[in-house]
Design a protein around this ligand. Structure first.
Ligand code: FAD
Length: 427
């Protein structure tokens, strides 16, 4: 084996694919019994084999890497749609999500009041420019927003999702990075990973426990086997990376960078409902709420008239995501509030990423006050290379960033090969 890749998420798969295409012998070690990591889709619980996207959903305009993969792998996308309405004049700001369907205190806010609240936030953003490092709760206090506008604005922090607005920097909301034009994978988000995996040597159920450097080689120990190569690409999220042993230990700057990168916590509540056309007519493009499910949106209506609705829930340490029946009932209630009657649920599933030991949370929080973090997270240590959404120079935290980071790590390995073969001048 020439290279060992740890983690069969999009970063690891992109690295393995590029290395394989360059003629490297690659093995991918994946702890879980499936590929795709945080792009997992379940096909058992909604009925009729419908995909429930338990992690990532959206591809945004400008995310050219993931769009190129979809094109090359011939994966079908849903029709493009805006996730949030823009303000009159076409601007997308952190006030835009407030122009969606809005539910406050379990009640639907009428369109007139909603537009007033959105206009209030919009004006405040223009008048009192947020600094990138101040928290959402600090800016909302400083800007003097009314209590309702403040609560709604703060509810957005659940999109990421994090516990409380006091922990989220304004740089994560303003300017908005996503929402103008989006697509979803027509056959479930995991179709990218599944397609990439077809031509790779992937060993499922093989959690890497120890990465050892011995006599010019790398050895990776799992619970049952040892794999040997010249290089390793560690494509695991921040928290699981900290659980892998390294011998020799990683340098202090790398450990500091990993320890300085928290991950957001939360999950998804996904259900399939009858009367899809009626539901979609009410909830498109999305529903924003100050309840446990902060954002809900729908897939296109299926041929049988049903629709899959996806809800994002922040982990507020209240056990919400660990009680599946209650979490699904909360999604029924949210949809029922905008629909005006109880929806008929045909199937449902709840995914709690906080509880997943090989994910460690939803996505990394790359805090704006540590601008050097992404490059430190990406920096290799000799034959040990690092990939993953948290290491991406562009579109960090997303599928696009994960794919880019995997390709970058593969390039690093290939450069080492050329140096070793004397094909690159090193001085
Ligand atoms: C709820 C949610 C919503 C999201 N929404 C979006 C969205 O709409 N659009 C978007 O672009 N992105 C979204 N994301 C983020 C996106 O899913 C991630 O950025 C991307 O999938 C990360 O890919 P990765 O390869 O870096 O990590 P992962 O997908 O986490 O892959 C890492 C892999 O490593 C494995 N692993 C961990 N430890 C070990 C070990 N010791 N040994 C072997 N294997 C190990 C894991 O099992 C996993 O398969 C969302 C994520 C979540 C959870």
């Amino acid at each position: 084996m020439s290279t060992i890749v740890i983690g069969a998420g999009l970063a690891g798969l992109a690295a393995a694919r590029k290395l394989t295409q360059a003629g490297e012998e690659v093995v991918v070690l994946e702890a879980q019994p499936y590929v795709g990591g945080r792009t997992r889709s379940d096909r058992d619980r909604l009925g009729e084999g419908r995909p429930a996207d338990l992690g990532a959903s959206f591809i945004d305009i400008g995310q050219d890497k993931v769009l190129a993969y979809c094109d090359e792998l011939e994966l079908e996308l849903t029709p493009a749609f805006p996730l949030f309405p823009t303000a009159p004049g076409g601007r997308l700001t952190a006030a835009s999500p407030l122009r969606s369907q809005v539910v406050l205190d379990g009640q639907r806010v009428d369109d007139w009041l909603r537009d007033q609240l959105a206009a209030e936030v919009h004006a405040a953003l223009d008048a009192i420019a947020p600094t990138s490092t101040e928290t959402v709760s600090a800016w909302t206090a400083r800007s003097g927003l009314s209590p309702d506008a403040r609560r709604l604005f703060c509810a957005q922090t659940g999109f990421n999702p994090v516990h409380v607005a006091a922990q989220v920097p304004m740089s994560m909301l303003e300017p908005p990075h996503i929402g103008r034009v989006c697509w979803m994978l027509a056959d479930g988000t995991d179709s990218i990973a599944r397609k990439l995996a077809e031509s790779l040597d992937i060993r499922l159920g093989q959690p890497a426990r120890l990465v050892r450097r011995t006599r010019g080689r790398i050895e990776v120990d799992t619970d049952t086997d040892t794999f040997t190569g010249y290089d390793v690409v560690v494509a695991t999220p921040v928290t699981p990376t900290l659980r892998i042993g390294f011998d020799p230990v990683l340098p202090p700057w790398k450990i500091d960078a990993l320890l300085s990168t928290p991950m957001t916590q939360g999950g998804k509540v996904v259900a399939r409902y009858a009367d899809g056309e009626e539901i979609v007519a009410r909830i498109v493009p999305s529903v924003l709420s100050d309840g446990p499910i902060t954002l809900a949106w729908a897939r296109p209506v299926a041929a049988d008239g049903s629709v899959t609705v996806l809800g994002l829930a922040a982990d507020r340490a209240d056990g919400f995501l660990r009680d599946e029946a209650s979490a699904l009932a909360a999604l029924d209630q949210l949809i029922g509030t905008v629909l005006g009657r109880a929806p008929r649920r045909l199937g449902g599933i709840v995914q709690d990423w906080t509880q997943e030991q090989y994910a460690g949370g939803v996505v990394s929080i790359l805090l704006a006050d540590f601008p050097r973090l992404p490059s430190l997270l990406a920096q290799g240590v000799g034959p040990v290379h690092f990939a993953g959404e948290h290491t991406a120079e562009m579109w960090a935290t997303s599928m696009d960033g994960a794919l880019r980071s995997g390709e970058r790590a593969a390039d690093e390995v290939l450069l080492r090969r050329r140096i070793r073969a004397g094909r690159v001048a090193t001085s």
